[in-house]
Every structure is written in structure tokens, then in C-alpha cells.
Design a protein around this ligand. Structure first.
Ligand code: ZN
Length: 364
């Protein structure tokens, strides 16, 4: 069952519909020529890319990225100028999306400059080539959208929809208050340490936050240090994953603050974020977490699996600021696929609904 959860017709890269564009002038024709180079490059990637990965349990063949479709359409030299202009707009969108897919480490400021043509065509082409190749290699239905620049000031976490806040306690957050069309991916526990998942996230530049429970993560903290090196936040999910509602003060201290110390030792950074196992917590648990450095408690609205998404709300859609839960898990009866299958499903659903995956730590 790998039917995509969103229709390609809702993809943001669909051809613009509107009044007939004006006949291109000379300057327009020049930029059109430049875009044709980009689009042609996209076709080259398509030819060079070879077959997409064959993951166990995957039965659908991904559609060509929008830039490839645009380029193929553009290859028809007989196309009318109006059609060409529409195709150029489409190719521009695809190029922008390609830039969006670059790893998070890429300086934000460079993107605008590149789109303004202030860097060399060769560099621009390399960026597009890399992004398209990564999207294609991992079987995405389209190019992921790039998250906007992080907010200059983090959103205020007042008690309200998506945030539960009591005086003196860290806020519990299901949805970050923001109008940015972003969602946040959070990956829990730490049992499965799939190197292909780490490679996929790094190559696509998809940010995420890992909430680690020591008893599962400790067999290889090196795996999580490698994720951290690619910008993944490493945060606290207790030492042994107990139901915190059953614990007294000493056990709360050991489970929560003990894992703060452990993660600081393993990663060099003391977590600021804490997720209680099962999403269950008490006031005493929040107070204990605050006492050892926790400033916010992210829970979740949606949950991602390799073969489906579970939605909090009846509209079955993401909302700006939604936190998405998933797990480091191996294929199993209730986990039908691989970690890359899960990531592909989340990114494709976000892209189809016009959302980018952003870094939770930039907002919380
Ligand atoms: Zn858990």
C-alpha cells in the first residue's frame, strides 16, 4: 500500500494557470535561454541517474521531478512563445525548488544571490544537478521545498492552541505558533540505526530532531553523533523509557536528568528539549526536567510510518508549525518498510501540501 497520500495536482510546482503571458522581450529571451540550460541539465540528470532505489516493500515508481517534466516539454523547439514563457516559469520554480533541496549547511544568503545570477552558471548548474540527483536517487516524487530563513525571534509560547503552559514549567508544544509553511520532523527512541536513512537525510538536507532513550541508543551513539554532524538535534527521551506517571521524585530525577548528563557526555551538548515516553507526563516530571536544563517539551500532532501517515485532525493535512512524530525502527509487522520509505513519505506529503521541513531548534 504505497499510494501517495496527496495528489500530484496539488504540487506547488504545477504549471501556473492564469492570463496569457506577454510575448517575451529580449531580456526575457535571455533568461529563458539560461533556464533552458538548467532544464536541459535536469534531463541529463534523469538520463544519468539510472533506476531509483528499490526498497523492500516499495511498489510504486516515483514520477519524474517537475524540472524534468518542464525540460522535456521545453525540448519541443516548435512551442509557441506563450507556452515557452509558461514553461520558463515552471523551470524557474523547479530551479528554486532544486536550491531548496540543498543540505541545510548551505548558507541561506547564497540562494538569493544564485537566483539573481550573481554566481557563475557552472556553480548554479552544479547546485541544481546535485539537488535533482539526490531527489531522484531517493525516489522522491518532486523536489522538496526549502524552509524559509529561521525566525529572527523565536515564537512566543503562550498557553493556547498547540501549546500548554503552566507558570514556572516548560511549555508542552504540539504545534509551534508560526505562519511559516513548515513542519518539524522528530524521530524517537533510537533502536534502528540505518546508515541509508542517515545518508538520505543528509543528501536531501532534511532537518530533524532525534529524541533518544539511552537503553536503545547506547549500542551505537556514534550513529547519532554522525547525524548531529549533519545538523540533527539530539534531545532527551529518558534513560529507559518508563511511563513517567508511575515514578517518584528520585526515579524522575534519574530518568530525565540522568539522560541529560548521558547525552551531554556522548554528544558534547546538553539537550534543551525533552519528550516524555508515550507523550505522558506530570507536573512533577516537567519540574524535574526544568531543573536539569530543559526549556521546552515538544509532543506531536501527526505520526509518520513507512506506509502511511496518521493525522491528528479530520482534514488530514499538515498545518503551519505541526510537529510530526516518527521512530528509529526496523521493518516489522506494524512498520511496513524502511526508514528511507518513512522519510520519503513525509517529504513527499509535505511537498505536495506546500510545506517545507524546518529545524525545530530554530523555532523552539
Ligand atoms: Zn519513545
Amino acid at each position: 500500500m504505497s499510494t501517495p497520500s496527496a495528489s500530484p495536482s496539488t504540487a506547488p510546482s504545477a504549471a501556473p494557470v492564469g492570463p496569457r503571458p506577454p510575448r517575451p522581450d529580449r531580456r526575457h529571451r535571455r533568461s529563458l535561454a539560461a533556464l533552458t540550460v538548467l532544464a536541459t541539465l535536469a534531463v541529463g540528470c534523469s538520463a544519468l541517474g539510472g533506476a531509483p532505489e528499490q526498497d523492500a516493500g516499495r511498489s510504486s515508481v516515483p514520477a519524474a521531478p517537475p524540472a524534468v517534466a518542464a525540460a522535456e516539454a521545453q525540448a519541443g523547439a516548435q512551442a509557441a512563445p506563450a507556452v515557452q514563457a509558461a514553461q520558463a516559469a515552471q523551470a524557474a520554480q523547479a530551479a528554486q525548488a532544486a536550491l531548496a533541496a540543498m543540505p541545510a549547511a548551505r548558507p541561506q544568503a547564497a540562494t538569493g544571490q544564485e537566483l539573481n545570477g550573481r554566481v557563475s552558471a557552472a556553480e548554479h548548474e552544479a547546485v541544481v544537478r546535485q539537488a535533482l540527483a539526490a531527489a531522484q536517487r531517493w525516489g522522491l516524487a518532486g523536489l522538496p521545498l526549502r524552509a524559509p530563513a529561521p525566525p529572527a525571534v523565536k515564537p512566543e509560547l503562550a498557553d493556547g492552541p498547540g501549546v500548554k503552559r503552566a507558570a514556572g514549567l516548560p511549555p508542552v508544544v504540539y504545534r509551534v505558533p508560526t505562519s511559516d509553511r513548515v513542519i518539524f520532523l522528530t524521530v524517537d527512541d533510537g533502536a534502528e540505526k540505518d546508515p541509508r536513512f542517515a545518508a538520505m537525510a543528509a543528501e536531501l538536507g532534511v532537518p530533524m530532531t532525534a529524541f533518544l532513550s539511552d537503553y536503545l541508543a547506547r549500542s551505537d551513539y556514534g550513529y547519532f553523533r554522525a547525524l548531529q554532524a549533519h545538523g540533527v538535534g539530539i534531545d532527551n527521551h529518558t534513560l529507559t523509557h518508563p511511563d513517567l506517571r508511575r515514578l517518584g521524585p528520585d526515579a524522575l530525577q534519574r530518568e530525565i536528568c540522568g539522560q541529560q548528563d548521558r547525552l551531554q557526555q556522548e554528544t558534547g551538548a546538553r539537550p534543551r528539549l525533552f519528550r516524555p515516553p508515550y507523550g505522558e507526563y506530570t507536573e512533577a516530571a516537567l519540574r524535574t526536567a526544568a531543573s536539569c536544563g530543559v526549556t521546552a517539551v515538544p509532543l506531536w500532532n501527526e505520526e509518520a510510518f513507512p506506509d502511511h501517515l496518521e493525522w491528528r485532525y479530520a482534514d488530514q493535512k499538515f498545518h503551519p508549525g505541526d510537529i510530526v512524530l516518527t521512530h528509529f525502527r526496523a521493518p516489522a509487522a506494524d512498520w511496513k518498510g524502511t526508514m528511507p520509505d518513512m522519510l520519503r513519505r513525509v517529504v513527499d506529503a509535505a511537498t505536495a501540501q506546500g510545506f517545507a521541513v524546518a529545524r525545530l531548534e530554530d523555532y523552539l
